[in-house]
Design a protein around this ligand. Structure first.
Ligand code: SF4
Length: 427
């Protein structure tokens, strides 16, 4: 469901690059959307949304086109009648969970996912998770997080989910430093990174989220973690509370981002520069070659990124530095100054950055600039297309494997495709 908030613009100059800060009406999906990719990633988990019919429709329509097997998510609809008493609502929730676990013995991890209808806000899902955990432990672990659309954007659902997993992770069993990669990656991308870390001689690498509950990573003061996604502020904080240390790096998008991301880990684990060079060079060369044709297509073209997925700043860095695109404006829903510091340094000095959104003002700026390509949410794409602009849905960038060397050209292709299609239409 889209969220509308009113406010006024502010310009913040506390960064190396000035940022226009807006807090007006915004158009974003809520955190429930994260279930669409998270349920595919953690294969023995189930996501039970505690919400309204609107939440059920959102999840069904967002995930519907991608479901080919029995889904591992559902919505417990809290009707008005359930609200007569909270006891009734809690009993109803317990009844649904008991039924679900009896029907699906493969579930090892159950997330109760909160939403924003007022009737759900009144329910204490953390107490419900505790109560139900006592009933089903150790066979099923029950956790909770919020996917509410109030003041959040859709990728924050993953952040809330991963942050809820951190306290459930066991402590580290050895004193040796361990690398933890944090953020959902497609399995194929994860496997590529495992091969690279292996070749660099870095030993065991763990991932959060894991592919199944048994693979929950060990976490402790000897954990060094690399963020694979730029929207994981709460998860990073929860890891730091367990003593883990974040390795500062750009994000693994494009050849440059992937190399710098891998290098941050290699340096922290004492990998010799010569070995790093020898291992990564063939991948870099291949990926750079694959990008040439896209640079020919996209070089010099202008692009406007509306705030949506929080991937906008790393994407802008890739588009500008590796594909020579001209950045008209780079919007992001939230700007985590610390986690994005390495990215911001790589953006052009005169880049127009904006944080938050006042959608009407931003649309005016976009129309005035008439960029060659606009990256935006689904709600803005259709009206802009109707005005003759070429758009790319930002949500596709979250669903598609785009990280790492072997995906660099695929990432470029996602931006080239709408331009090629438009060119064919007008020819
Ligand atoms: Fe809509 Fe809130 Fe449900 Fe999201 S959580 S679908 S914003 S009602």
């Amino acid at each position: 469901m889209n969220v509308h908030v009113q406010g006024c613009p502010v310009v913040a100059n506390d960064l190396p690059k000035p940022v226009r800060r807006e807090s007006g009406q915004r158009e974003v999906f809520c955190g429930l959307t994260g279930i669409v990719w998270l349920h595919r990633k953690i294969q023995d988990a189930f996501f039970l949304v505690v919400g309204s019919r609107t939440c059920a429709h959102l999840i069904q329509s967002a995930a519907g086109v991608m479901i080919f097997a029995e889904p591992r998510f559902a919505t417990a609809i809290m009707e008005e009648k359930d609200l007569a008493g909270l006891t009734d609502a809690n009993d109803e929730l317990d009844r649904i969970v008991v039924q679900l676990i009896a029907r699906r013995p493969d579930i090892r991890l159950l997330f109760l996912v909160g939403s924003c209808p007022s009737e759900v806000i009144k329910l204490d899902l953390s107490r419900a998770a505790l109560r139900l955990s006592q009933k089903f432990s150790p066979a099923v672990r029950i956790l909770n997080y919020s996917g509410s659309g109030i003041e959040t954007t859709f990728t924050q659902g993953e952040d809330a989910c991963l942050a809820s997993l951190v306290p459930a992770a066991p402590p580290t069993r050895t004193s040796e430093d361990q690398l933890l990669i944090v953020g959902s990656l497609a399995d194929v991308v994860e496997d590529q990174f495992i091969r690279l870390f292996d070749a660099l001689g870095m030993g065991r690498v763990q991932f959060l989220p894991p592919r199944n509950t048994a693979g929950l990573p060990e976490i402790g003061p000897n954990t060094k973690f690399l963020l694979a996604q730029p929207f994981l502020a709460d998860t990073a904080r929860a890891l730091e509370d367990r003593g883990a240390v974040r390795l500062a790096a750009p994000f693994p998008l494009g050849v440059e981002g992937t190399t710098a991301w891998l290098r941050a880990a290699a340096d922290a684990f004492g990998v010799a520069p010569a070995l790093f060079e020898a291992v990564t060079q063939p991948y870099r060369i291949r990926a750079e070659r694959a990008l040439v044709r896209y640079r020919d297509l996209l070089g010099g073209r202008s692009i406007f990124l509306f705030p949506d997925s929080q991937l906008e700043i790393p994407l802008a860095r890739f588009l500008s530095r590796e594909l020579s695109m001209h950045l008209v404006e780079v919007g992001t829903p939230y700007l985590h100054r610390e986690h994005l510091a390495e990215e911001l340094r790589l953006l052009p000095d005169d880049v127009a950055l904006s944080e938050g959104q006042d959608v009407d003002l931003q649309l005016d700026r976009c129309r005035a600039a008439r960029p060659d390509l606009v990256v935006c949410g689904l709600g803005l794409a259709n009206p802009l297309e109707a005005e003759g602009m070429t758009t790319k849905w930002s949500i596709e960038l979250v669903f598609t494997p785009i990280q790492g060397y072997e995906q660099a050209a695929d990432l470029a292709e996602l931006f080239a495709r709408p331009l090629v299609r438009r060119a064919k239409l007008v020819a």
